[in-house]
Design a protein around this ligand. Sequence first.
Ligand SMILES: [Zn+2]
Length: 837
Amino acid sequence: MKPLTLSFAIVLFCNQLIAQPPVQQDTSWKKQYRETAAKINDLVHTKLDVKPDFSKSYLYGKAWITLKPHFYPTDSLNLDAKGMEFKTVALLKGTKQLPLKYEYDELNIRIKLDKTYKSNEHYTIYIEYTAKPDEYQEKYGTDDFLGIKGMYFINPTGEEKNKPTQIWTQGETESNSAWFPTIDKTSQKTTQELTVTVDNKYVTLSNGKLTSQKKNTDGTRTDYWKMDLPHSPYLFFLGVGNYTVVKDNWRGKEVSYYVEPEFGSVAKKIFGNTPEMMEYFSKITGVPFPWVKYSQITGRDYVAGAMENTTATIHQEGAQQDARELVDGNIWEGTIAHELFHQWFGDYVTAESWSNLTLNESFADYSQTLWEEYKYGKDAGDAENYQGMQGYLQSGSESKDLVRFFYGNKEDMFDQVSYQKGGRILHMLRNFVGDSAFFRSLNLYLTTNKFKSAEAHHLRLAFEEVTGRDLNWFFNQWYFNSGHPSVTIDYVYDDAAGKVNVIIKQTQKGKLFTLPMAVDIYNGAGKFRYTVWSKNAVDTFTFNYTKRPDLVNVDGDKVMLWNKKDNKTLDNFIHQYKYAGQYLDRLEAIQYASQKQDDPKALDLLKTALKDKYHGLRNAAIFSLDLENEKVKQAAEPILADLAKNDKKSTVRANAISQLGQYKKPEYVPLFKKATTDSSYSVAGNALIALLEIDKDAATAIAKQLDKQPAKGVLKSSLQGAKAASGDESLEEEIIGGFNKLPVSQAKFNSLGTLGIYLGALKNTEKVKAAVDEIVKFREAIPQQFRKQTDPYVNETLQNIATKKEEALKADAANTALKELVDYIKSKIPAGEKKGF
Ligand SMILES: [Zn+2]
């Protein structure tokens, strides 16, 4: 699964965190060991016959559940069944039903069987029930971010205009038992049949193969889905709605994309890499995609980013991008890979308990790095890996073990440790054992544990069997423990003795880490590689030389999960950029040079990086330029102009245009005008904003034209910005009023840009002053833990307003109200804070 917050590129803080009242911290969970659920009975087969009732948001169901005692004989059965009403609870004896006694508390149904069963005896329970997911949720509320109702009726009676009627289900973590009785544990596996009766106008999707469809005389249709291979109850899925189904295939198996009809024509542009991903993942795992088909569906108001239901993945509606959004790249491709890889890691072999969630999520997270590397090259894979590493390092999760037997809520396991940290740990493990051993071990783990559940030790055992090496130290350190190293690296050269001491200090609090890594010693383009193990608080590694090396590059493969202070010189970094060559080698050099832009050598490095072969680093270089530095501004201009016009990557053109806009030169007007017609929303949007600064009338006229067509993304906000730049008083209610009405939230933060532009142009000084007060109030109301990130942007907005007013003052020097306003705004910006991000 992908949690919702991970789907957005810019989430600085979320509504929920702010809206919640302060609560007494409950830490009792720290003492609660989360044991793996006991297996008393095992699910064998689940047959469901269901009919949704859209008028009541009910599901009428019949369930035939075949089970057997796990090992010890038993005369009773406990099923999870949330918020249901039962009509029949019986044992099937041939064709006859034998009613059984039961107790029910709206969570579990405890059934007394007709006799004691042994582990070799199968029995089938028949239950006729009504599931009432909405009423259950209403009654019991939820601490789960996903909700607990399992089945979601979206716009069921069609009251909401412009919203389709749909049903989708969300089982993870333990919510599918709100629409069918089952043993709702990841360690259970069952084959499945499902018949569903719906209005003939809808399509349905469930796990396995659509085996038959029967039209009924009352205008309904009954679809029969069959899943011959066992999987866990939380992976069951049912989707109903008006979808266009676009068919694809992989090695003769059905691959299909269920999208809302208007996205039928772009479905293959969004999901079309799926067969190639299936081929790639089949190849690297050595396990051909194990299921009968693979479908992907979108769901309105879906509660997470996406979910890997076996053969039937659901994606949030954000997956549905239009053709122009896709020009900048498919933002959903990583999620598509993530959910697909779960079909192996999660669905084929399942984490035995939420404590072992790493076996599902770390692999799914890492699949995004693997896919990027395979499809778009090593730089793209490394960029994905680095982004994941930053996500973890900035999350403040040092105290959490990857495999955790103590946690507050099972939903808490879906965090940056199970996902991003675990993904990076797999990357280090791959680097340590080598590609061939890594993928062989994955194959052994998958084939040994297929259709079963596993814990992290199963993974260790597979790696140990393949490599013949003890890996307890690695798993104890990374899987069953917390934190990460923080290191300082120093270099002491002694030319007389012909040796360099490389000193690695581990400065984190608490335990030390064992870190095997490559150290590369460079002379010119040539390098020697050594492997060292850092284990102590301070380790000194000595390397001899005849000529002082141009560069000593610690962690030569750039795989370490750590915080690092690497005391290299600018010359070292220049060499690193040119010869070490990995994505992170080059990014580190750009980052270092960006701090030294007065140094001509650093500036040269940045100029070179503006033309880096990887677009992500071209963008990093573009953003690193300090255009307030006149020398940098002059040196970068011709390159930025070239990138703005000619770069193959639309995001690079868009960012170059944005920077070039800061030169405010009329000679770029034709370039910006032309770029407003670019097929990329980000190029067109940034060009419009750049134009606004130079030729407001032209920009406003173009914005009026562009506003006639649908716009999304950057173009949409730029159009709002262009409108705001008119400073038209009639927009006051919409823009200032709109901002004031919003609670402290991400949405309010996002609307600051437009508000800033509007206030810069608005002539009424009293109204500007009042709005500035509101901005300051907002800045102060943001919870403290986010303010390091948010304050610079809020202050930059204030500074931009002040700058606009100062420009106006130049033409109207006698305007004392305006002069006072400038001073007032400036007084609201703390000293030393003028540049944002
Ligand atoms: Zn996932």
